[in-house]
Design a protein around this ligand. Structure first.
Ligand SMILES: Nc1ncnc2c1ncn2[C@@H]1O[C@H](COP(=O)(O)OP(=O)(O)O)[C@@H](O)[C@H]1O
Ligand SMILES: [Mg+2]
Length: 448
């Protein structure tokens, strides 16, 4: 795997150009930007390992820049360079977590040694973290919690496909655990020791996505001031997770089809054909079949991706999982925040079970986190639940009680009656709520 270095040159673009060329020759993937704001963007969107930055950037102090870099990617090591002698500044910066600080002219071999040391430090950090997650989670599967039949079925499929080198399409509503399942498959597969690279295809526009996936050559387009290694290359030997695959444009779909079929591609603006061995796991909350019918998704690509389909059930289809998920999240959030919450009241649990969870497990997790932050005692009480949960409860004013065993006609009459009660007889308002014209409503009220 190549290590990615981000150079932030400020106004010293020439000095850094030399360093960049040198590091590329030494086998690093290097990107170079001028300004802090561009650096933040790259940090958010690419797997950067090391940042080499000028201490005196336009519009931002070195220390502020350092803090922001660490906020975006805490594990990134930052090496400052500077034209001006500034021993005190260097000491200050390193106290704040900069890895090192050098003055121009920099001895390149020395810089290389420093970069290699920083990479080593980072690898130790990753190994430690990996070890920690393994200890916490014997399957190393990102902890798929649940006891419903529907979820057990998913876990069975995950177990049986992990070992097989086939592409997988994970479908399901947002927040159902698609990414978690992709993680689990990778870490239970023979590729576990190799990279697991993720791309959110919905987060980039067409051109950017192509260079994310396939990389680009220096000068491939305006703004491509350096060569860029794409995610397919980074994932070589490992797994590439293509999230929101339904958002990929037709032109990029053709390129994806080619990598999946031929296992080869070119960087944007490049002639060299690169071979890769990548397992692809794609995910989407869209109905790809519909997109195919509308001509927005290629059927041949669909079949390449969907060798095995894992359909994630929505949370409302497996309410059995709610209690175990709740305890799982309580103990996870206790660990993260140092809380000592032991559980939740019966009433609160009932509210959780009744709710329909359109945002699925993610929404449940957020609701628990918020209730835990507001809890006044060591358990979660209904009154501290997020208001959307309370509003949605039956018996509350946003629900009508309609008797069982009514005919469709009677049900309609009852619904109209209750709506009119709600609007205190105001027919215009009632018609709006029921989304019918005023005259239609009047006709129905008059029993015509
Ligand atoms: N069965 C589960 N057990 C434990 N955590 C889960 C489960 N399903 C989802 N989660 C958690 O819910 C959140 C959303 O899951 P994610 O995989 O990002 O969903 P999706 O990719 O489908 O939107 C994540 O924090 C994930 O860890
Ligand atoms: Mg997701």
């Amino acid at each position: 795997m190549k290590y990615e270095i981000l150079i932030v040159a400020g106004e010293e673009i020439e000095q850094y150009g030399e360093i960049e060329a040198y590091l590329v020759r030494k086998g690093f993937a290097v990107q170079c930007v001028m300004f802090a704001k561009d650096a933040y963007k790259v940090l958010r969107n690419s797997p950067v390992n090391i940042v080499i930055s000028d201490y005196y950037l336009p519009n931002v102090s070195g220390l502020k820049f350092l803090a922001k870099v660490k906020e975006i990617k805490p594990y990134v090591e930052l090496i400052f360079l500077s034209k001006q002698a500034a021993l005190l500044k260097a000491i200050e910066a390193m106290k704040e977590g900069a890895y090192d600080f050098y003055e121009f002219p920099v001895n390149k071999r020395l810089l290389l040694a420093v970069v290699e040391k920083a990479v080593e430090k980072q690898l130790l950090f990753f190994e430690k973290r990996e070890l920690e997650t393994r200890v916490r989670d014997p399957f190393n599967s990102g902890n798929i919690v649940g006891r419903s039949k529907a979820l057990k079925n998913v876990i069975d499929i995950v177990k049986s496909v992990s070992q097989k080198n086939v592409n997988i399409l994970i479908t399901g509503e947002t927040g159902t655990g698609k990414e978690m399942v992709a993680n689990s498959i990778h870490y239970n597969s023979p590729r576990a020791g190799n990279p697991f690279i993720k791309v959110n295809c919905g987060a980039f526009n067409e051109g950017v996505l192509e260079s994310e996936l396939f990389g680009h050559e220096k000068g491939a387009f305006t703004g491509a001031i350096t060569k860029r290694i794409g995610r397919f290359e980074l994932a070589n030997g490992g797994t590439l997770f293509l999230d929101e695959i339904g958002d990929v444009s037709p032109a990029t779909q053709i390129k994806l089809l080619r990598v999946l079929q031929e296992k080869e591609f070119e960087r944007v603006g490049g002639n060299e054909t690169l071979k890769v061995d990548v397992r692809v796991i794609a995910a989407t909350n869209k109905k790809l079949k519909d997109l195919i019918d509308n001509g927005r998704f290629r059927e041949d690509l669909y079949y390449r991706l969907n060798v095995v389909n894992i359909e994630m059930p929505s949370l409302r289809e497996r309410k059995d999982d709610i209690p175990v998920l709740v305890s799982h999240f309580i103990s996870k959030i206790n660990d993260e925040h140092g809380y000592e919450i032991i559980g939740l009241s019966k009433e609160a649990m009932q509210i959780f079970i009744n709710y329909t969870w359109p945002g699925n497990v993610r929404e449940l997790e957020n609701a628990i986190e918020s209730a835990m932050a507001l809890a006044k005692r060591n358990f979660i009480e209904a009154k501290y639940l997020p208001s959307f949960l309370l509003v949605a409860q039956p018996g509350n004013s946003s629900f009508f009680q309609i008797p069982k065993n009514l005919s469709l006609q009677e049900m309609e009459n009852e619904l109209i009656r209750l709506t009119l009660v709600e609007t205190r007889g105001n027919k215009t308002k009632a018609a709006k709520l029921l989304k019918v014209g005023l005259r239609t409503l009047q006709r129905k009220v008059n029993g015509q």
